[in-house]
Design a protein around this ligand. Structure first.
Ligand code: NAP
Length: 254
């Protein structure tokens, strides 16, 4: 059964809300009563979310940091900030395009900083706020060929803890959620690419590559991540802050 939390009167900003985990978070937060601002660069994805739930769609590219600073986030306070947007690029360091590395750090680390910088004063004024950063098992573990992703996620871990320390006196908590592989378009693209590169079937990529490090042999569902986001907004979670919550099926238990 889904976690029951009443977020009526709260406003949530979810980045990367047009697909996968972000979409599940936007739908779940709206279902819990929050006013949801769904941000993505993918307008089509946002239209689909808006058909599923009552959200305000904002089309923006988070790699443009000036545009992030100028975003119209509405008149009121953002009470819940879900930093979720991200993407993957797989290549050895010596072949990794520098401009892709920079773009990944911008979207997955600098944009969360810019958004937190904008949203925290309002949260402080209200004495309540929740920042939830969708990190990854790659926030605490490395994998070869994912240098920018691992670097950005490790950085996000540190940033989240600093928000926790600065926000504590103002009723603001901050967390990272650290999933292993989640069943989303981002992972579906990786499955197809690895199947083609290694000349094996997609099922084999999931079983032999993706699920190999985890004890629980299945992909995580986006709704499970969204449920944890909502839980972190509940009164029961008010003493938790600065956590990196592993949702990794035992990957890091090794
Ligand atoms: P997804 O299905 O690809 O969704 C990500 C969304 O973010 C897409 O709609 C994407 O738009 C958007 N986005 C990417 N770059 C953007 C930008 N510059 N500006 C605005 N929006 C942008 O991916 P997901 O799997 O749900 O991943 C969401 C987050 O979870 C990411 O931070 C990812 O690192 C993290 N995560 C995922 C997994 C997993 O296994 N799936 C595991 C751990 C952590 P486009 O479609 O146009 O790119």
């Amino acid at each position: 059964m889904a976690v029951q939390v009443d977020l009526t009167g709260r406003t949530a900003l979810v980045t990367g809300a047009g697909s996968g985990i972000g979409r599940a978070c936007a739908v779940r937060l709206a279902g819990a009563g929050a006013t949801v601002v769904a941000l993505d660069r993918d307008e089509t994805g946002l239209k689909e979310v808006a058909r599923e739930a009552d959200v305000r769609a904002v089309v923006a590219d988070l790699s443009d940091l000036d545009a992030v600073d100028a975003l119209d986030l509405g008149a009121g306070t953002v009470d819940i900030l879900v930093n979720n947007a991200g993407f993957q690029h797989v290549a050895p360091i010596e072949e990794f395009p520098p401009e892709v590395f920079t773009a990944m750090l911008r979207v997955m680390l600098e944009a969360p900083f810019r958004l937190a910088r904008r949203c925290l004063p309002g949260m402080y004024a209200n004495g309540w706020g929740r920042v939830v950063n969708i990190s990854s098992v790659h926030g605490v573990r490395a994998s070869a060929f994912k240098s920018a992703y691992v670097t950005a996620k490790h950085g996000l871990e540190g940033f989240s803890k600093v928000i926790a320390l600065e926000g504590a006196a103002h009723g603001v908590t901050s967390h990272c959620i650290n999933p292993a592989y989640v069943r989303t378009p981002l992972v579906e693209r990786q499955i197809e690419a690895q199947a083609a590169t290694n000349g094996i079937a997609p099922d084999e990529v999931v079983e032999k590559v993706m699920l190999a490090p985890a004890a629980i042999k299945r992909l995580v569902e986006p709704a499970e991540v969204a449920d944890l986001v909502v839980y972190l907004c509940s009164p029961e979670a008010s003493f938790m802050t600065g956590e990196s919550i592993m949702m990794d099926g035992g990957w890091t238990a090794h």
